[in-house]
Ligand binder design. Structure first.
Ligand code: CTP
Ligand code: CA
Length: 225
């Protein structure tokens, strides 16, 4: 689909977007992962490029073709995603964390495939907490004017949980997805409430993920101006 008719309000801006979902290896053939398709992150990349931005897309385990006009860095684990995002974010005007980041990873990764017969039954998998990349970005912006955007899928107390998350992570915008039948994971459509640091929330009605993306860029462009 050709994206046209958009303002070029991100011309000359460097934008970093993470998309997809990280995977944490258990052994050479197994991982802990999540259901993120990468569709929302890719829609953000396409629309940002259409609005004139220079886009770096950090894609974690996404089965989608590279968006035109974006530099794509492919990663698997949270450690790899963190490294790629922090590297690309130096000198970026905007960083958008649309990726679903695994909160935990196995404390150890077995070098050989774990066999069913080992030790006579399943061993527990010990987990450790991953670093919070968005909170790191919020705590040390590479420039004072850098705009940091997070995403969150909440099922309960959506606004209260979202506001607390926005403050805790020190980001400028938090896009809270409504999770429900036919919404969010793996679907073309999305609906969201964008929480704005120091401002009123903005409702984005159910529609294509590109509409949510454009609503995010409208708010980002206003903060950059
Ligand atoms: N995120 C991140 N690093 C992590 C976890 C999350 O950068 N280790 C980012 C996500 O990319 C997203 C935002 O933080 O933009 C919110 O993710 P979410 O999972 O909703 O937040 P958590 O702090 O992990 O809280 P929860 O307990 O609700 O999962
Ligand atoms: Ca989480």
């Amino acid at each position: 689909r050709v994206l046209s008719g958009r303002p070029r309000d991100l011309a000359g801006r460097k934008v970093v977007i993470s998309a997809g979902g990280t995977r944490e290896a258990i052994d050479p053939v197994r991982y802990i992962g999540n259901r993120s398709s990468g569709l929302q992150g890719y829609a953000l990349a396409r629309t940002a490029a259409a609005r004139g931005a220079e886009v770096t897309l950090v894609a974690a385990n996404v089965a989608l073709p590279d968006p035109a006009g974006a530099t794509v860095v492919r990663v698997e684990s949270t450690a790899e995603l963190r490294e790629a995002v922090l590297t690309a974010s130096g000198g970026a005007d905007v960083v958008v964390m649309a990726a679903a980041v695994a909160d935990f990873r196995p404390a150890t990764r077995s070098d050989s495939k774990i066999k069913k017969s080992d030790a006579g039954g399943p061993e527990p998998i010990h987990l450790v907490t991953n670093p919070d990349i968005l909170a790191e970005l919020g705590a040390r912006r590479s420039t004072p004017s850098q705009v940091i955007v997070g995403f969150a899928a909440e099922t309960d107390d959506v606004l209260a949980n979202g506001q607390a998350k926005l403050a805790r992570k020190g980001c400028d915008l938090l896009v809270v997805n409504q999770v429900g039948p036919g919404l969010a994971f793996g679907t073309a459509d999305n609906a969201a409430t964008v929480l704005v640091a120091g401002g009123e929330p903005v409702e984005v009605p159910r529609g294509p993920k590109e509409d949510v993306a454009d609503a995010v860029w409208d708010l980002v462009a206003a903060r950059l101006a």
